[in-house]
Structures are given as C-alpha cells and as structure tokens.
Design a binder for this molecule. Structure first.
Ligand code: ZN
Length: 250
C-alpha cells in the first residue's frame, strides 16, 4: 500500500501550507489528501484552495468550508466574521468568473471518505462535519467515545480540534509531541487526529500533518513564517486575535 500524507485545518494560511507541501515533497510522498477546513480564519483563501485543488487527490468538507454555503449561527463571532470575509473573496460574480471553479469545488466536497482501508472525516464518525472528538472525551465523555467507536471497524482519521494525537478504543488519548511522533496502527479501531496545518492549538506553533502507511501513522511538525501570515491577517482587517494566536499555537 502506498504511503500518503494527510493535511487538515489549513484555514487559509498559505505560508503554513507551502511549508507542509515542501516537507511532503522532501519526504518523497506522492499522494496527499485533505480532511477539510481549507478556509476560515486566515487571509488567503484563494491561494490555499487553488493549491489543494492542484495537489490533493481528494478532500472532504470541514465545518468552515460548509459555513461558506450555510447560515453562520453555529459559529463564534471570530469565525463568522472571517467566513464573511472568505465568502467575499471566493464567491463568483460578474467580472469574477475565475472563482467559479473554486466555489464549485468547495460546495461539492463530500462529508466523508473511505480509502486505503481507512475511514476519513473532518470531525467525527458520528457527525462528520461538526462534532469534536476532544482529547478529554475518553475521561469526561466515555459514553460519547463508546458511540463513536461503535461507528468504526478500523482506524479513522479526523482533524477539527487542531490537537494532534490518537484515541484508542480503551479510551486513552496519546498526544503527538515533538517534531515527529509515530503510532502503530494494527487495523483495530482508533481515531487519529492529524492536527492543524494553519492554526495549531496544542501549544506548538508549528504546522501539523500526518504521514500514513499500512501499519503506522507519523505526525510531523514543520516551522513556517507565521509572522508573514500575521501581517497578512492584520492587513486584511481580520481580528488581531487570529494573527496573535499563531505565535503561541493556541
Ligand atoms: Zn478547523
């Protein structure tokens, strides 16, 4: 079986996305797939969507991608303001024919995928676009985790929380740490969170992505020029918190 890379939660952060693709190329990996949230929060949706369309074999829909086409009542003000900005940037219109391809691509993203013997969702197997599988759920919500594990018969991959690591069926969560952490996959059900390319929230500001083989997943972290991203976010008039948090990875 081929080795492939998984990216998720890019959030219109072009510097982070380019750094991740550069590392994927260095590693000689030929297939990359995307678990959603290509847009939202960041300043450069067009460039990020274009890169994903060029470089990913397939992508699935995240809640921010979904938010482009639906009411924004689910989203906090930071997220919904950034989505209004993103809609303005991406929505096709008179004199804006070039955006039609990107808009249609995002609108048609599927809410789940099955490939290479694995399952893929943005959020969770139970509610693929919206539900968070939190690192604390094994302790605090064992019944929720039992229901989630009842939906899967093999390892699955998610994003959404921006916190990389692996949930085992015995309710343990093991966080990914350092530049590269490796977890064995033996075909048993597990929920692997690949972390976020464009807005990490585990205290490590480096972009996160996963490399998957038949029996193993590695979570890689890549430094990128977050100051450049911060400058663009501020220049776009997006909320300063969205820039500031990139330095802390929170
Ligand atoms: Zn996200």
């Amino acid at each position: 079986m081929a080795t492939f890379a998984l990216i998720s939660d890019l959030h219109s952060n072009l510097e982070a996305l380019e750094a991740v693709f550069a590392r994927i190329d260095q590693l000689g990996i030929r297939e990359t797939n995307c678990l959603g949230d290509i847009v939202g929060y960041g300043a450069e949706p067009e460039a990020c969507v274009r890169l994903v369309m060029e470089r990913c074999s397939w992508s699935i829909m995240g809640n921010h991608d979904w938010g482009l086409f639906n009411a924004l009542d689910h989203f906090n003000p930071l997220a919904s303001d950034a989505l209004l900005y993103t809609r303005k940037r991406l929505k096709p219109g008179l004199f804006r024919f070039g955006r039609r391809g990107m808009w249609d691509f995002l609108a048609a993203l599927p809410d789940r995928m099955e490939a290479h013997g694995f399952l893929f969702f943005h959020g969770s197997p139970r509610d693929p676009i919206m539900e968070y599988v939190l690192k604390s759920d094994g302790f605090l919500e064992p019944e929720k985790m039992a229901e989630i594990f009842a939906k899967i018969d093999r390892p699955c991959f998610v994003g959404h929380t921006h916190w990389p690591g692996i949930h085992y069926q015995d309710l343990r969560f093991v966080a990914a740490e350092g530049e590269c952490s490796s977890f064995d996959l033996n075909g048993e059900p597990a929920v692997v969170n690949v972390g976020s390319v464009g807005q990490p929230r585990d205290g490590d500001p480096r972009a996160s992505f996963a490399v998957v083989t038949e029996n193993k997943v590695e979570i890689h972290r890549v430094p990128y020029d977050f100051r450049g991203t911060q400058t663009k976010i501020l220049a776009a008039g997006l909320h300063p918190v969205l820039a500031e948090r990139l330095a802390r990875g929170k």
